[in-house]
Design a protein around this ligand. Structure first.
Ligand SMILES: *[C@@H]1O[C@H](CO)[C@@H](O)[C@H](O)[C@H]1NC(C)=O
Ligand SMILES: *[C@@H]1O[C@H](CO)[C@@H](O)[C@H](O)[C@H]1NC(C)=O
Ligand SMILES: *[C@@H]1O[C@H](CO)[C@@H](O)[C@H](O)[C@H]1NC(C)=O
Length: 129
């Protein structure tokens, strides 16, 4: 029925903004950047009306991140989970005030190993596992 179709569409529209990267292309858009400004870059990540609580950016080349998918698997039930041996320069953008309509972010710099989920063809598709 039309009602069921509209409900399905509504559900799909509600769910899409909250799913994380599923392809390497999306992973790159969400997690690979040169130096960035959290407030500005997160606008791009969030799209309209969303305010993602936290997003991590890796300040490195995608080729170096792909290397992690060739390396050590992290001992975890998710068999596609990899932890890097080397440390990466990362930036975490965390919401400062989620009730602010403009979605203001705080920035935390870190240099540490990363955990990523890789697909069957050893491409990174998700930050974290
Ligand atoms: C992970 O695997 C272990 C051993 O197979 C199992 O006991 C445990 O319940 C699993 N944990 C989750 C979260 O699936
Ligand atoms: C958060 O943002 C809301 C809406 O703009 C504002 O009223 C509130 O004072 C802010 N809180 C803090 C702790 O800045
Ligand atoms: C984001 O903008 C707010 C308000 O203009 C500012 O206080 C904050 O420092 C900015 N965050 C970053 C990471 O630059």
């Amino acid at each position: 029925t039309v009602l069921q179709h509209s409900l399905t569409l509504l559900l799909v529209l509600c769910v899409i903004p909250y799913t994380d990267a599923q392809t390497e292309k999306e992973f790159i858009k969400k997690h690979i950047r040169p130096l960035l400004n959290c407030n500005e870059t997160m606008k791009e990540i969030n799209g309209r009306g969303n305010c993602k609580y936290i997003n991590t950016f890796i300040l490195d080349e995608i080729s170096n991140v792909r290397q992690v998918c060739m390396g050590d698997k992290f001992h975890h039930n998710n068999s596609q989970c990899y932890q890097s041996r080397k440390k990466f320069n990362i930036i975490e953008c965390k919401v400062l005030n989620s009730s602010s309509p403009s979605c203001i972010y705080n920035r935390v710099n870190a240099n540490k190993p990363i955990k990523i989920t890789c697909d069957e063809s050893n491409k990174p598709v998700h930050f974290g596992c």
